[in-house]
Design a protein around this ligand. Structure first.
Ligand code: BEZ
Length: 223
């Protein structure tokens, strides 16, 4: 299984838009690969419709999105009609591709299979996993949800904002942070370095330990 910071494995696969070579498909973008347990199931339909609606928000951040399940391309093509109807998704082309992984090769190699969820033939299904991959093809986040819990894709957007911000500045984003909120200075940055990086407006929270590690600043801008 791939670990945080490792190069995400390349693979070839068939999808509803034809064959895909994963690294080529990513190109110079960020990418999200996410799996769902089964086509024509209720929670999955709500998730894939929500992701279709969020494609402009991902594109604004330079992120391409691709889905995967153990169903066939033919099944994906038929199911997309339901997703479109449920989510009121128009446009000639569905906004992102869906990979077929009927032989489970990709799901198995990436640790996406849920041994408790099986299809009508008893074969294991993919869980609800999400991988965020950066333009250097490094894996930057992975999550794994059970089939019975739909994901919150606003959280995935929030993580993208955090990753892109903290790649540029030596800051970290606190609990429930949203783009524009104050951020924390990374613990590895000395007070002296912090002053030269971020100026004098550093707020240090007094804590019982007396240790001045909780240092916050306004979110840095790119200019
Ligand atoms: C669903 O998408 O609703 C679902 C799929 C597999 C197991 C449970 C729920």
């Amino acid at each position: 299984m791939v670990l945080l910071g490792e190069t995400f494995p390349n693979f070839t696969a068939n999808s509803d838009i034809g064959p895909i070579e994963f690294h080529d498909w990513i190109g110079d973008s960020w990418a999200i690969l996410f799996s769902h347990p089964n086509d024509f199931t209720p929670v999955c339909t709500t998730e894939l419709a929500r992701v279709a609606k969020l494609i402009p928000a991902f594109a604004k951040r330079g992120v391409k999105v691709i889905a995967l399940s153990c169903n066939s391309v033919d099944s994906h093509i038929q199911w997309i009609k339901d997703i479109r109807a449920y989510g009121n998704i128009t446009g000639e082309v569905f906004p992102y591709p869906i990979i077929e992984d009927e032989n489970r090769e990709i799901s198995l190699s990436l640790g996406m299979l849920d041994p408790d969820e099986r299809d009508s033939q008893g074969l294991p299904l993919s869980a609800r996993s999400v991988f965020i991959i950066d333009p250097k093809k490094k894996m930057r986040l992975s999550i794994l949800y059970p089939a019975t819990t739909g994901r919150n894709f606003d959280e995935i957007l929030r993580v993208i904002d955090s990753l892109q911000l903290t790649d540029k500045h030596k800051v970290a984003t606190p609990v429930d942070w949203r783009n524009g909120d104050d951020v924390m200075i990374q613990p590895s940055v000395t007070d002296e370095q912090a002053k030269s990086m971020f100026g004098e407006n550093i707020k240090v929270t007094n804590l019982p330990s007396g240790k001045p590690y909780l240092r916050s600043i306004l979110q840095p801008t790119d200019t």
